[in-house]
Write a protein that binds this ligand. Structure first.
Ligand code: SF4
Length: 257
């Protein structure tokens, strides 16, 4: 089956022992790492956690960054941010770049030992002087302090970058361990909104290590095959809420567990 056929298929739950290739996105890998139970419920039974509203402002920033970097890509020149941060690279041109950036295709790799098709959409790819690809992720926020990657929860950003680096390597490219977050911060110190938000952008380098990905894919496969619901992972407000609510309902019905 061609890659494009996999992407057009409606997502079906995984059936243990299935022979068909099963798609696992970068974000589902993240779900698994955080909590195998939620991953299993979602991929095996199609019971997903309640959705959050889409981050449309962040999506707008992503789109505009893409357009901005594309101008320099077409000229084969570094973007001013690359010059400001002393990064010897230019935006990378490749016939598959649009596909790599598209949510439902992304960069794909069929992991044959598990028959899982791993995929993820990159924001951007640059190329350095040595011909190595550089994975780039755009991030947008608005906070008083400087943007950084220091918060514990930002491990998910780092894992995200490592999955893209791994995917590109598996597609035969030389990929630098160093990736960059183009991280922009909406200013809160101005006098008013006046139909615009001003941003300040930093470029933050990160050295990735994709050693965890291969063993994690095998664990994902084992999880998909198992009949028993896995234990929950991290502290999570959703399961706590569901448990307390169930306890109250059972108590109200006078049902003892
Ligand atoms: S603990 Fe959270 S993430 Fe895990 S199964 Fe419960 S709701 Fe899902």
């Amino acid at each position: 089956m061609a890659w494009s056929d996999y992407s057009r298929e409606r997502s079906q739950p995984y059936k243990p022992g299935q022979k068909e290739t099963f798609k696992v996105s970068r974000s589902k890998i993240e779900d698994f790492v955080r909590c195998p139970r939620c991953f299993w419920l979602d991929r095996r039974l199609k019971i997903a956690r309640p959705d959050t509203p889409p981050f449309q402002i962040n999506k707008a920033v992503d789109e505009l960054f893409k357009k901005e970097f594309d101008v320099y890509r077409s000229k084969g020149q570094p973007h001013p941010l690359m010059i400001e941060y002393n990064i010897s690279a230019i935006p990378y041109s490749h016939k598959s770049l649009d596909k790599w950036r598209a949510n439902f295709t992304g960069v794909q790799y069929l992991h044959e030992p598990t028959n899982l098709l791993i995929f993820g959409a990159v924001d951007d790819v640059w190329v350095n002087d040595q011909g190595e690809l550089i994975v780039v992720d755009y991030k947008a926020t608005s906070k008083k302090s400087e943007v950084s990657l220091d918060a514990p929860w930002q491990i998910s950003y780092k894992r995200q970058m490592e999955v893209y680096q791994w995917l590109l390597r598996k597609n035969g490219f030389e990929v630098s361990d160093t990736g960059y977050f183009v991280y922009t911060n909406g200013r809160l110190d101005l006098d008013g909104f006046f139909d615009k938000i001003e941003f300040r952008t930093k470029v933050i380098g990160y050295t990735g290590n994709d050693d965890w990905i291969e063993p994690t894919i095998h664990k994902i496969k084992e999880c998909l095959e198992q009949e028993k619901m896995p234990a929950p992972g991290l502290d999570c407000e959703y399961c706590g809420y569901a448990r307390k609510r169930t306890e109250l309902t059972l108590a109200a019905l006078n049902i003892k567990t």
